[in-house]
Design a protein around this ligand. Structure first.
Ligand SMILES: NC(=O)C1=CN([C@@H]2O[C@H](COP(=O)(O)OP(=O)(O)OC[C@H]3O[C@@H](n4cnc5c(N)ncnc54)[C@H](O)[C@@H]3O)[C@@H](O)[C@H]2O)C=CC1
Ligand SMILES: O=C(O)C(=O)COP(=O)(O)O
Length: 526
């Protein structure tokens, strides 16, 4: 067997290259390649080790004929097109804890720097101005810190802020009362957090639900004089809205480590008084970089040399023998979880997996992990291995039931989610062509393949809906690939699952909701 080859494309601690070499893997380090240069050479490598700078796009992956694994020395994988990697059978792995303390410390540093205008005071002093009366700060003791996203990093920030004698409140759909109590934080709604916080710090992943969470409307509900810290992802904040609020004096300052477009060479926030920026330095300490480099290199080497998988964000750990039989059902379980997760308004507190027929005799632990990760990946950076543990930590009850063949399908999986207000169940099967299909939505029969872009509607079963929806999509320039229907009973609730060529816009969703008898319209993507 020829030695596997790994490309290190971002600045990693030299510890990573050492490990690859020691384990008999050839390693090249080429930092700063653009998309085209990367696409040109990626075909020569089995592994790609990156941080946040390298964008692993569909185009790069399309040229990556040999690539088996992308290793992210860090947490966020939003610079990797994970669905495209999965579709090409490329494992994407990250190092979920290696830089959490360091990033939390950066958030606290920015908080203190913001409270006392340290960067600006430094610039003025070194320019010989001695403007002692210009830089009046605020004390953080007894001030309220609002943490949005109280996961690994948010929890460490909470701990450190309490050491600074701040009052910590947190919004996180997965934060249980019990965990909040353990952390010594007060669990509040997002609205209450915006209303009460003197400082707000962001620690969520960038998802459909968190994108633009700080916008003109939410800023208007914040206390006058609020200060905002972002060490998570640029897309969480509408930068123009923040700039406007700072200029208007409503927001007293912002400290930003991350930007919507990186590298951020120019930005609407640059140059404003009381804006502090750092170039995505959250994870940049020698300790964190050593941790993540060692871990990612070991994980990648394990996978390339033995096939063992750990901390993969797009695949569960499965032995070499089980893999071929399980693979289509892993995909199905993940898609069903993702479908249900996209339809919930809030984080679930209960997930049930039902396995019927042949699939009940397979490695359902891997399948359950896949389904849980499908549900949770709309909220968290969760991987299939850690999915059940994360669900447990967050107080989500997971139930698995198995039974023999029942009904029309030889084998099927049903995923049921419960939130405080809703229950959603999606069932599916794998046909002999190996393709996963939806066969029931909330027990209503349906027969549809999963597709990258879909629209789901629920309506009262009255004549005219199909025509109206078809006309609306036509008017909006949305091309329909397939149109699948199901209903409870004549005159009851009816559902449509429509495959479209492009993602349906928010405006089209609003128009679909305004159609007669429509009670639900949601965009789905797989
Ligand atoms: N600036 C930097 O250099 C670094 C940035 N990061 C970023 O920090 C973020 C958080 O990382 P971790 O704490 O390790 O992740 P984590 O997965 O442990 O925690 C994220 C938390 O956000 C919560 N969340 C999800 N959706 C939410 C919503 N709509 N509203 C409020 N909370 C929500 C989740 O429940 C979870 O508790 C990630 O985006 C990561 O990419 C991580 C490391 C370094
Ligand atoms: O781990 C993360 O999510 C980070 O954002 C760190 O990014 P970096 O590795 O410093 O480019």
């Amino acid at each position: 067997m020829t030695a596997p080859r790994v490309l290190v494309a971002d600045k990693l601690s030299p510890a990573a290259a050492e490990i690859f070499k020691n384990r008999g893997i050839e390693v090249d380090t080429k930092i700063g390649l653009d998309k085209d240069q990367l696409a040109e050479i990626i075909g020569n490598y089995d592994g790609l080790a990156i941080r946040s700078a390298t964008k692993v796009t569909e185009k790069v992956l399309a040229s990556a004929e040999r690539l088996k694994v992308v290793g992210r020395a860090g947490i966020g994988v939003d610079n990797v097109d994970v669905p495209a990697a999965t579709a090409r059978g490329v494992i994407v792995m990250n190092t979920p804890f290696g830089n959490s303390i360091t990033t939390a410390e950066h958030a606290i540093s920015l908080l203190m720097a913001l409270a006392r205008q340290i960067p600006e005071a430094d610039r003025s002093t070194q320019a010989g101005k001695w403007e002692k009366s210009k830089f009046m700060g605020v004390e953080v003791t007894s001030k309220t810190l609002g943490i949005i996203g109280c996961g690994n990093i948010g929890s460490i920030v909470a701990d450190r802020a309490q050491g600074l004698r701040m009052k910590v409140i947190a919004f996180d759909p997965f934060l249980t009362e019990e965990r909040a109590l353990d952390l010594g934080v007060e669990r509040v709604s997002l609205e209450e957090l915006f209303r009460r916080a003197d400082f707000i710090t962001l620690h969520t992943p960038l998802t459909e639900k968190t994108k633009n969470i700080i916008n003109a409307q939410s800023i208007a509900t914040m206390k006058k004089g609020v200060r905002i810290i972002n060490c998570a992802r640029g897309g969480l904040i509408v930068e123009q809205a923040l700039a406007d609020a700072i200029k208007a004096g409503h927001v007293a300052g912002a400290a930003l480590d991350v930007f919507e477009v990186e590298p951020a060479k120019e930005n609407v926030l640059f140059g404003l008084a009381n804006v502090i920026s750092t170039p995505h330095l959250g994870a940049s300490t020698s300790e964190a970089q050593e941790n993540v480099a060692l871990q990612v290199a070991e994980q990648m080497a394990d996978y390339l040399l033995t096939g063992a998988i750990s901390n993969a964000v797009n695949f569960p750990s499965i032995t070499a023998e089980e893999a071929p039989k399980l693979k289509p059902f892993v995909k199905l379980a993940e898609l069903l979880g993702s479908f249900a997760g996209q339809l919930t308004e809030a984080a679930p507190n209960f997930i049930r997996l039902e396995y019927a027929g042949d699939v009940a005799d397979m490695n359902t632990r891997a399948l359950t992990s896949a389904a849980i990760s499908g549900v949770l990946r709309h909220f968290l950076h969760v991987n299939m291995v850690s999915g059940p543990a994360v669900a447990k930590e967050r107080g989500i009850q997971v139930e698995e039931t198995k039974r023999g063949q029942e009904g029309a399908y030889e084998t099927y999986i049903r995923v049921t989610l419960k939130t405080e207000k809703q229950e959603i169940s999606i069932a599916g099967t794998v046909f002999s062509d190996g393709k996963p299909r939806v066969i029931q939505i909330n027990h209503v029969p349906m027969d549809a393949e999963f597709a990258p872009n879909m629209l789901f509607t629920v309506n009262a079963d009255k004549p005219g809906h199909i025509g109206a929806l078809g006309t609306l999509l036509g008017d909006e320039g949305v091309n329909i690939a397939t149109f699948n229907l199901g209903r409870e009973a004549q005159g009851g609730k009816a559902m449509a699952l429509v495959t479209v060529d492009e993602p349906v816009s928010d405006a089209t969703i609003q128009k679909a909701l305004a159609l007669p008898h429509v009670v639900r319209a949601a965009r789905l993507s797989f």
